[in-house]
Design a protein around this ligand. Structure first.
Ligand SMILES: [Zn+2]
Ligand SMILES: [Zn+2]
Length: 165
């Protein structure tokens, strides 16, 4: 990756760097994301955990309920408590859903899909032709081949870790 993608919390204690472009970017309009962000939606970039490298500080993992019911660990700055990313699904730290707004240039990654539009706030207009689903979707049907291959590799490791446990 040629461009630098760095980000961090508000107080500057935790800094990170992306080592790859996101596999996919979600704009999530679910009511959980609305509550967690205090806004109308969340913008999450999905990456392998090893491609989100912490370069300074040490985020604290906070166990938090999630819409899916399987919970999430939210990585927060131990000082200012800003949320940087989440691990969903109770599978451990394999995938990170990075909060795009914590990047130094938060406009870098536009959404690939809008999800949970069934609870979208009515004043949010989704551009014509943009992918949007009322709730969730199947990655295999929508993601580009390269991203699916990256996802497969991580899923193999998730399986191996589960077999060991
Ligand atoms: Zn901080
Ligand atoms: Zn959501």
């Amino acid at each position: 990756m040629d461009e630098k993608y760095e980000g961090g919390c508000t107080c500057g204690e935790v800094r990170y760097r992306l080592l790859a472009r996101p596999m996919f970017v979600h704009c999530c309009h679910c009511t959980w994301c609305q509550r967690e962000t205090g806004s109308a939606f969340a913008l999450n970039a999905l990456l392998e955990s090893e491609n989100v490298e912490v370069t300074q500080g040490s985020p604290e993992l906070v166990d938090t309920p999630s819409n899916s019911g399987t919970g999430q660990a939210i990585a927060r700055c131990p000082k200012c408590r800003i949320a940087l990313w989440s691990n969903y699904g109770g599978i451990g730290d394999f995938f990170r859903f990075l909060r795009v707004g914590t990047l130094d240039w938060p406009a870098r990654f536009a959404p690939d899909i809008h999800i949970f539009t069934s609870t979208k706030q009515s004043w949010v207009a989704i551009p014509e032709g943009m992918r949007a689903v009322p709730e969730y979707y199947k990655s295999a049907e929508i993601w580009p081949k390269e991203s699916l291959e990256r996802r497969e590799k991580v899923m193999a490791r998730v399986k191996a870790a589960k077999a060991k446990a």
